[in-house]
Each structure stands twice: as structure tokens, then as C-alpha cells.
Design a protein around this ligand. Sequence first.
Ligand code: 5AD
Ligand code: SF4
Length: 467
Amino acid sequence: MNFDIKTNSYLPEQCGYAARVKALLTEREVVNPKAHIVTFGCQQNVSDSERIKGMLCLCGYSLTENIEEADFILFNTCAVRGHAEDRVYGNVGATKKLKQQNKNLIVAVCGCMAQQQSVADKFYKSYPYVDIVFGTQQYHRLPEFIYRRMTTKRVYELGLDNKEIVENIPVCRDGTLKGWLPIMYGCNNFCTYCIVPYVRGRERSRAPEEIIKEATEMVQSGFKEIMLLGQNVNSYGLGESHGINFAKLLRMINDIEGDFRIRFMTSHPKDCTEELLDTIRDCKKVERHIHLPFQSGSSKILKQMNRRYDREGYLRLIKAARSRMPDVEFTSDIIVGFPGETYEDFCETLSLVKEVKFTSLFTFIYSPREGTPAAIMPDPITREEKGRWFNELLIAQDEISEQLNNSLIGKKMRILCEEYLGDGLYSGKSEYYSSVTFSGTPDMFGNFVTVRVDEYKNNTLYGTVIN
Ligand code: 5AD
Ligand code: SF4
């Protein structure tokens, strides 16, 4: 664990609360207080949890994987699709018993699900053992919330005021090689199926100098891969007076000295410019992979989704990227069974998948989200039918992945050796997106190695180190 606790510029008021929480824990004889964090959902949540952990460490907690021994339990929740929500209720419910065993235990719920008023009310009213419910723009106040809970009443703070971004929150990163770097928060796109704009608020970009400072610190402390994060990274900086857009930001990060790699997600096709494609081609540290969700291959459905591009526009983009970088890899997100989608529309998704040949896909069956425009659109197709379409898509993609992986045999790739699998075998990701397994030695771990791909079997690419 890499714990970066530079508190000199974090909000002085919150540092004060953290010191008081620490003193109270000692006064109440909570010896070696421990915190357990459960994170649901996307990388943004994982990244937020790293900052939550940083603040908890500042308050005197150390982290534990064992929920039973925790004095503080936090659930960072996701609302993007329904099934993640159901899991949260079960998990939170299970803390009731733990509270009976540990009178000092504090239980908190935050994240996209908690940001929804009806859900937050449910936690507050029906789960009396939940002490703190707070929203996605209140994270930086966690020390204050814990102090208030320890000294007075339960806390309920959902303010979504879209104010400035609070910088310099202490961060306790999960890894030492690959790290998340949020460059923007929120979303302005209002795709009609999506809850994110309602629970994360308007798009706000971090100042370029803050991003460069954090990236530089990460590289200096040994990180080899920086993943730039945002709901729509390629609209970074739009409307800001500094004039630095995502392409320019990539060039600035690329110029930071050191041997490291830059990844980014998620890009929206409507903001994928020629300038950005040129930048990806020109910057040696930027991966040759674009995660470019298209959601549906039918222009009719894309319009109803409010995606602001059509099938032809998306295919033009793929062509424009491949004409600059013939071996660039693509991944994508797809929604199957959007309200009003017919089998013919779905076949257009299927044909786009076959035409583009994505390295891999993140596929979802449409899940209605209360409060979004799509949730009240007529949706006559049954879940079973959507399930059949979904399986058809998976089978088609499996075939494509197999073909693509076989076509990589003989190719040289620069792999970040990031995982030891045992028996002298290591694995890691290439500058594209593919993972490769190879025989290695301990000194390779955490470094880049050049590997030639030898074979593809059991859904795995195997290679040999050639440097
Ligand atoms: N139902 C199903 N999938 C969804 N996504 C977002 N909202 C929904 C929804 N209501 C998917 C999209 C998005 C990914 C993160 O989650 O494909 O790109
Ligand atoms: Fe949701 Fe669309 Fe924003 Fe992505 S771009 S977070 S799918 S509204």
C-alpha cells in the first residue's frame, strides 16, 4: 500500500476534525482503530475510495480486510445498474449484528446510490444502525462527519452544489505500480438511460497544474501506469479559461520525465477529435488503445439514447483512428434491450461489433433507472428475449476475440510485468490492451519487458521475453 499523507494543503478545518477524531478514539480506548471499505461500481468509485482511505488514516484508523474487526465500515455504492444496488442492501444489513458486538463501530454509506434522495432516506429511516449517509460531492468532509457522529447525532449530507473541486485530499492508493488519476468529475451528457449526471452533478475539470503535480508525484514514487479517469475524459477542460483540452493535457503528461504509461477512460465518441487521435499517435507514453463506448449500432436507438453521434459517425472515427495507428485496439460498452429496441436494431449492434472487431466488450442488459427519461419509455421486449440477444452478442464477440488473439501471434509487445502467477510465470498488459503471460524472473516484476507472442490457448496469450 502506498500511503501519501501530504496534509499541508488539505482543508485545515478537516485536518482539525481528523485530529479531534484521533483524540476521541484514544479517549474512548479504541486501541488500534481499524477501517474496512467496501467499494462497488466503476473505477471512479475505486479512486474515490482511495481518498476516503487517506482521510480515514488521517483520523487514526488503519485499514483492514476483515470486516469483523473493523471500528469503521464504509460502503461506497453504485447506482448505474439495478443488480449492484440489491447487493448493497444485503451488505449494509449484515452490519447490524456487528454493531451489537462493537459499540464503537461506525457504519457509513456514500456513493452514487446514496446520492439518490429516496435511497438515502431509506438508509436513514429503515437502517438505524447506519450512522453516516453522504453524497458524492461531500467526500472531503469525512473527518467532520465522523467527529459529528462521535459527539452528537447521525449524519445525513447529500449536498450536490457543483462547487469547486477540493484538492490535496490525502490518498491511500491500493497499488504501487498502476494508479488512478481523476481529471474530471460529473457528466453533462444526459444519455437518456444513465443516472450518472443526476448523482454526480455537472462536469467539473481539475486544474491542469493539479493533474500534472499529482502525475509527477506518482511517477516519482515509482508508478509505471497512470490511468486518467473521468466520465467523459475527452471533454476535459471544455469551457475553462485555461484553454487546455484533453489532447493538450495528454501531451503535457506525456512530457513528464520517466518511464511510464498513460491510459485513459472513458472517451465519448462525440468528443473524439482528429487532434486527439493525432496526439495519441504522437505521444509515445500514451497507450494504443481507446475505450470508446458506442452503446448501440442502430442510429435510431442512438438518437433515443441522446448519444449525439450515429452509426456512420462512429465507424468514421474508427477508420480515422486506424488510418493513423493501424494496430490500435478498441474496447467498448454496449447496452442490449434499450426501450423500443427491436431485433433488427440489435442486429445493427451485432454487425457493428463484427465490423469493428473490438479486443473486448463490456456488455449490459438495459436496466431502468428511476428519474431518467428512458425509464418511462415503452419497453415491450421481455427480459428473456433480451437475454437471448445478449447471449448472441457474447458468442459473436468470443469468436472475434479468438480471431484477434490468434492474429497477434508473432507480434512484439511492451508489457508491464504486473502480476506473479506462480511457477515462474508472470503476466501484464501491453501498450495496446491485451494481457500476455510469460516466463520471467523476479527482477522483471514492476518493469517493462518486451515479449513476443507465441501462442493463444485457454483464452490466454503466451509469449517469450526477448530483452
Ligand atoms: N442500463 C444498462 N447499462 C447501463 N450503463 C449505464 N447506464 C445503464 C443502464 N441504465 C452502461 C453503459 C455505460 C456503462 C458504464 O454502463 O454502457 O457506458
Ligand atoms: Fe452516463 Fe452518458 Fe455521462 Fe457516460 S456520457 S456517464 S453514459 S450520461
